[in-house]
Design a protein around this ligand. Structure first.
Ligand SMILES: [Zn+2]
Length: 151
């Protein structure tokens, strides 16, 4: 009930819901949400029927680009994004782990040609034992998502 109120209290913007508890702070940092001037409301460790405890982020007057949504899906694959307009949920979608990420992160390998040539970074995304790994198309090295995202 309290969560529903939080969602409804926003006039226009985006609500990221069902973020696994503890990931919310990483998402704020990763998507540089606090660098802007938009009003942001966060809830950490909120009770959730689906996932136990969850984090929630509300960003007013802000929509997410496709590449931001892709980044988000790495950290919170179970999250739902609610697009709010005039207090109404206009659009609601669930994240899923992408098969590949293009142009989102630089390769952590300083010798990688993708850093020195005018090419777009490209990682193939794989999941092993609940951890997510990214394999660079150019140097063919595999990194954990935390390394690639610089966390
Ligand atoms: Zn590389």
């Amino acid at each position: 009930m309290a969560n529903k109120l939080l969602v409804e209290a926003i006039r226009k913007g985006t609500v990221i819901d069902h973020i696994p508890a503890g990931q919310g702070i990483k998402i704020l940092k990763q998507l540089h949400l606090v660098d802007g001037n938009e009003k942001i409301t966060v809830g950490f460790n909120l009770p959730s029927q689906e996932i136990g405890l969850k984090d929630l982020i509300k960003v007013e007057n802000r929509l997410f680009t496709e590449s931001e949504a892709n980044e988000l899906s790495l950290f919170a694959p179970s999250a739902t994004i609610n697009v709010i307009d005039n207090y109404v949920v206009k659009d609601k979608f669930t994240m899923s782990t992408p098969d590949a990420l293009e142009g989102v992160f630089d390769c952590p390998n300083s010798n990688c040609i993708s850093l020195h040539e005018p090419v777009t970074s490209y990682f193939k995304v794989t999941k092993k034992h609940e951890s997510i790994y990214l394999k660079c198309k150019y140097c063919e090295k595999t990194f954990s998502k935390e390394i690639v995202a610089g966390l």
